[in-house]
Write a protein that binds this ligand. Structure first.
Ligand SMILES: [Zn+2]
Length: 581
């Protein structure tokens, strides 16, 4: 049965050219898709769709992107993110008024089709691309956006599922790609990033510092913030709420934190925030029949405006002026963000207020700017010039590469009792008594900073610093590459000294701590309490305090256990006392 599927707006008919215009008209009429009348009441993604054949095909996407690049030189650039299990290309489009150069602009990622049967999510990303290209130089929003940012659009991350005769949620290995990311990973695939599609997406994301990201799905009406894996909201809760409200705008969609709707593990947005400080959102589109472009355009205009607010700047070497890879930490507590190593630029979205901002870079002394005031409009420019450390200095874990939780978390009892409220970034940088607790049987993988950053030296190379006298034994593994192989080099509890020569490697970059599984999900500090990892290959280090008994592991001790927020507040109070005139 033929049914008008979506509107092909008149103004876009005028501006569209060639194949895209024809496509737009043709796509307005298509076979009525089999949809369940109770859609929208289901938990996320729980639905069936027969085929995406009525939507833009992969071949058409490729042709379209090629024509954009040909007809809009200096604005559009097509690229291949990677290839799928069945060797299909994953197409990407880079939109910016200067897409060829690494300019210090905030980068934004827009993703569709991670689930192959969510056809409209692909179509909407194509619609956004088309609108921005056709409107550049004509309309203020598109012009300012492409002049001031760089957008990477990936309409179909799961081309095998999308192109299948019966559209398929999973990739061709039967893996849900949106459970395969290395953050709160549980069982989405044989291991985190086991799939070529998610690995390609990871590599693209690690090469670009995305300030914000949208991942479109169908079907429901949610603007969905991280975290998805935990009932606790992220430290940037107020900012997330503001951004979500901006997107939801006139749509009638509900803004929610993922867990409050439906907890999931190993998704792209939690991974983005946890490992890169990218503010990642899942937008669940109302249905697969009607293109609500005007609704989402209004949302995008208000939402993407956040790319222009907050603090930005460059981090450079004070001696050479060269750009640096740096981690930018924010107080009051929020997600750290990172500079682009090639340009040295960082971009941190912030609500108006007073902040202190610290730049950390491996091999350099950290630098803090106190009492930075962020206003209501535009962004504040704040540059850092870091001094190299003396050569015989220690260094610390630099980036959070990933973490896993054991499969038991996915049973309803453990899930309902998951109280761990520590955040992963607590394990970065110099040990300070604020920990990340691994959860029973959890693992964390930290990145020491740069290729070959820890060179084997005589005796102990790494000190794993625990925040408690813990009876949670762990093993310590190291690797040169994030995909491994990881080799066990130590075991123990409390502080653990590691000699990386046990691995047979001359240098390593990634350190993984594997909790043995003791403890309960109902403990707020369950599992090993990781305070930090210290690279002592060039200097010596003594943990600053003797670890305290791990009260959090003793659920019935009757004592007051400080929450992460309590600790942050306490640290702020102490700091203000000591810095008082
Ligand atoms: Zn989905």
């Amino acid at each position: 049965m033929l049914q008008k599927r979506r509107e092909c707006p008149l103004d876009s008919l005028v501006s569209l050219k060639g194949s895209r215009r024809l496509l737009c008209v043709l796509a307005s009429f298509s076979i009525l898709l089999q949809a369940n009348p109770s859609l929208g009441k289901f938990p996320r993604d729980n639905r069936q769709l027969t085929s995406c054949s009525a939507f833009t095909s992969l071949e058409e996407i490729e042709a379209l992107f090629t024509s954009y690049e040909r007809d809009h030189i200096g604005l559009a650039q097509t690229f291949v993110v990677g290839t799928s299990v069945q060797n299909r290309d994953i197409f990407g489009l880079r939109l910016s008024a200067a897409p060829d150069t690494e300019t210090p602009e905030p980068e934004i990622r827009i993703l569709g089709g991670i689930h192959g049967d969510e056809c409209m999510s692909v179509e909407l990303v194509l619609e956004i691309a088309d609108y921005l290209i056709q409107s550049y130089g004509e309309e203020q929003f598109a012009t300012e956006l492409l002049d001031g940012t760089e957008l990477l659009l990936i309409p179909s991350l799961n081309p095998d599922g999308y192109a299948a005769l019966k559209a398929y949620r999973f990739n061709a290995n039967g893996v849900d790609l949106n459970r395969n990311f290395h953050f709160a990973w549980v069982d989405g695939g044989p291991k985190p990033f086991s799939e070529p599609e998610s690995r390609a997406f990871r590599d693209l994301s690690q090469d670009n510092n995305f300030v914000m990201s949208l991942s479109y799905h169908t079907v429901a009406t949610y603007v969905n913030a991280t975290w998805n894996y935990t009932p606790h909201h992220p430290p940037d809760e107020a900012l997330f709420a503001a951004m979500g409200t901006a997107y939801a705008g006139v749509s009638g969609y509900d803004v929610t934190f993922g867990w409050d709707w439906y907890g999931i593990y190993g998704d792209v947005d939690d991974w983005s925030l946890g490992t890169s400080g990218t503010f990642g959102w899942t937008i669940e589109l109302r249905d697969d029949e009607e293109m609500e472009f005007s609704v989402h355009l209004a949302g995008l205009q208000d939402f993407l405006a956040y790319a222009f607010v907050g603090v930005r700047g460059k981090v450079t070497d004070s001696v050479t002026g060269e750009p640096l890879l740096a981690r930018m930490e924010i107080e009051p507590a929020g997600a750290p963000v990172y500079t682009d190593a090639d340009v040295g630029d960082y971009h941190r979205i912030l609500l108006p207020g007073h902040y202190s901002i610290t730049a950390h870079s491996p091999g350099y002394l950290s630098q803090t700017m106190e009492d930075v005031m962020v206003g209501n409009e535009g962004h504040l420019e704040l540059n850092f010039s870091l001094t190299p450390k003396p050569s015989e200095s220690v260094d610390f874990a630099f980036t959070f590469n990933g973490m896993t939780l054991p499969q038991e978390i996915d049973d309803s009892f453990s899930r309902a009792n998951y109280l761990n409220e520590t955040v992963v970034w607590n394990a970065l940088g110099e040990p300070d008594g604020v920990v990340y607790s691994l959860s029973p049987g959890g693992t964390v993988t930290l990145d020491m900073g740069l290729d070959g950053s820890v060179q084997d030296s005589v005796g102990t190379d790494l000190v794993i610093v625990s925040g408690s006298i813990s009876d949670d034994p762990v093993s310590v593994q190291v690797a040169a590459e994030q995909d491994g192989p990881f080799v066990t080099v130590g075991q123990g509890d409390g502080h653990i000294e590691v000699d990386i020569s046990e691995s047979g490697l001359q240098s390593i970059r990634f350190v993984r701590i594997v909790d043995d599984g003791g403890g309960s999900f109902a403990d707020r500090y369950a599992g090993y309490d990781l305070d930090g990892i210290v690279d002592v290959t060039r200097g010596s280090y003594t943990p600053p305090i003797d670890p305290e008994p791990d009260e959090g592991d003793d659920g019935d001790c009757g004592c007051h256990v400080l929450s992460h927020r309590d600790e942050s507040d306490l640290i702020r109070i102490l700091r203000s006392l000591f810095s008082a005139p």
